[in-house]
Design a protein around this ligand. Structure first.
Ligand SMILES: [Zn+2]
Length: 367
């Protein structure tokens, strides 16, 4: 039960604040999920994509309450890769200000680190990485509130390291974070870790539960991260985006029949539209593929290797755009249609993970 004094006051000012929070969160997610641009699907839009400006109205952002200090990188055993230079890891504490996006854009310490490291997009990248993970635990439109406190631990990544890594990282990577929600009276913490049963690092809560839910009958066995969900409400984006390397095999979740392949390739890239046997009104749409292994009219069985992840058409990073729809173009949420399971770290990884938790907590100033 939340103490009474922590409950937000009712009134117009709060509704206004809530509006900016919601709007800011929407903009942060929609501007930054970025792997497919709106219009990339079956019916390409003629409207050019313009990155929306964050709202400027609302109260001034709160100052960060602890000055971040560069932390000398220590050798990592469980989280790849070994940092190439020291002082590339930063801990930061920020309070949510007028909006989720403005919290990052207006923070003087983030601006300072951006100048120091030459990472001009630091604020938007941090905002994107944080929201991409938090969205699994929080309603970004209703449960992010001014005064909530975030601790962030992140690394800046050199262009050389970016080019070398199979998981094609952004210019920064989040290592750990903590979000304290006053409104919900709870704290969310998670840590990046490379488990022994996955190819790429992912985020886990302190009890070893994965932050990201796993789709039952997932079309991919290996992926880096789901970077866009329907509930992030990106305009004109109707699928899940799985960040994954070019060539990652895609397996049919169910048996079905191919309706068409490789149409509107300027937008869709190599693409596949198929009908699902068990629910004939449901179509599965795969975009931006590297290769399609089937032809129109061909049948496939559940588990067949039907295509490979690519970066073709209107795509800005290797990923799979995975979409389910009724014939009438009514969009289906794959999270609901597939159902999900909460992945857990294998027991064999428990000790190594707890060491990472302790190290990251120490770097964030916890305990
Ligand atoms: Zn997409």
């Amino acid at each position: 039960m939340m103490p009474k004094e922590l409950k937000p006051k009712k009134g117009a000012a709060n509704w206004k604040a809530l509006f900016f929070i919601a709007f800011g969160a929407l903009i942060a997610v929609s501007a930054l999920s970025l792997f497919c641009r709106p219009g990339a699907s079956d019916s390409p839009s003629t409207t050019p994509q313009i990155a929306p400006e964050p709202p400027t109205a609302g109260p001034a952002s709160a100052p960060s309450i602890a000055a971040p200090q560069p932390i000398p990188a220590t050798p990592q055993t469980a989280t790849p890769p070994t940092p190439e230079k020291k002082n590339d890891t930063y801990a930061l504490t920020v309070k949510i200000s007028a909006s989720f996006y403005n919290t990052f854009a207006d923070d003087p310490e983030i601006a300072r680190i951006a100048a120091e490291t030459g990472k001009k997009r630091l604020a938007e990248l941090l905002s994107a990485h944080v929201s991409r993970n938090l969205i699994w635990s929080l309603d970004m439109r209703r449960e992010v509130y001014p005064g909530d406190e975030m601790k962030l631990l992140f690394r800046v990544i050199s262009p050389e390291e970016q080019a070398k890594r199979a998981d094609t990282p952004d210019e920064i990577e989040l290592l750990a974070m903590q979000y304290r929600s006053i409104r919900l009276g709870k704290e969310i913490r998670f840590y990046q870790f490379k488990s022994s049963d996955r190819k790429f690092p992912a985020f886990y809560h302190a009890d070893g539960t994965a932050v990201e839910k796993t789709l039952k009958k997932s079309p991919l066995k290996e992926w880096i991260q789901i970077t866009s969900l329907l509930k992030d409400r990106r305009p004109r984006h109707d699928g899940l985006d799985f960040k994954a390397p070019v060539g990652t095999p895609i397996y049919a979740p169910w048996s079905g029949t191919v309706e068409k392949t490789n149409w509107k390739t300027r937008y869709n890239g190599y693409s596949l539209l198929a009908r699902v046997d068990s629910q004939p009104a449901v179509q599965m749409l795969l975009l931006h593929l590297d290769k399609v292994h089937l032809k129109p009219g061909q049948r496939f069985a559940a588990g067949d290797h039907i295509a490979d992840v690519g970066n073709t058409g209107r795509s800005f990073a290797p990923h799979l755009h995975y979409q389910l729809q009724h014939e009438a173009k009514k969009i289906i949420d794959p999270i609901k249609f597939h159902g999900t399971v909460a992945a857990k770290l294998p027991a064999a990884d428990a000790d190594a993970f707890q060491k990472v938790v302790q190290r990251f907590d120490a770097l964030m100033g916890n305990k």
